[in-house]
Design a protein around this ligand. Sequence first.
Ligand code: AKG
Length: 269
Amino acid sequence: MSAIQIDNTQVEQFQKDGVVVIRGVFKDWVEPLRRGIEHNMQSPGDYGKNYTQDGQQGHFFGDYCNWQRIPQYRDFFFKSPAAEVASQLIDSETVRLFHEHVLVKEPGTTQKTPWHHDQPYYCVNGNQLCSLWVPLDPVDQSVCPEFIAGSHRWGKWFVPTKFTGLQYQREGENLSVMPDIDNERDKYNILSWALEPGDCIAFHYLTVHGAPENLSDQRRRAFSARLLGDDAVYAARSGETSPPFPGLKNKLEPGSPMNTEEFPLIYGD
Ligand SMILES: O=C(O)CCC(=O)C(=O)O
């Protein structure tokens, strides 16, 4: 019997909508992850970025792939219920760690996170895939990332977009252009929630999402855990991936399981 049991209706909702909110599941991890993020922001890694563009106010910090040097991040993957939650949602016997992505929007940040989905810039193919976006501050619904219900099943892959708004270069990948969602919001079922620290939004790598500015007076610190299930395989893209994972193409053939040291098994065997 699992220590954590995700409600069947939540599993069904994840499968149907490509996104589901799970309340309170990481409340014991809020303080450790806040400490990890503080350390991370004082000492960014090689990929640490300020996504804030010229003319925008505030500060939108991002960084990823630091779990090997920040103990609180590593512990989250290996000791929290994250892997178990993912295994149930994506119906997978195994879960591997892909990477973590830290996203901090300070109060008064006018920069939006553009509408996008993640898989076209990840070096991964497969369907048993999910991210767990864990807020570490109270999040008003006006600040919460927004997700388009069912978009993971549109059968479309969109040209990948950077958080700065620029597009990745791609050739011959049969990608579609992201529709102008903000100007046609009533055409879509857009989901978002008011959140407490330690809640979690679980979403599929193909679920279209974006996030508003943070005009509240609260920080919006988030830890997004990227996880891989049984059918995840290495994919070679025609251009830059995010994260870059340099050297991976010398280790893995396209279509082979992601069983290298970069992506340790954290659930099952
Ligand atoms: O936190 C944000 O602003 C965006 C989150 C996101 O795009 C993600 O976790 O994939």
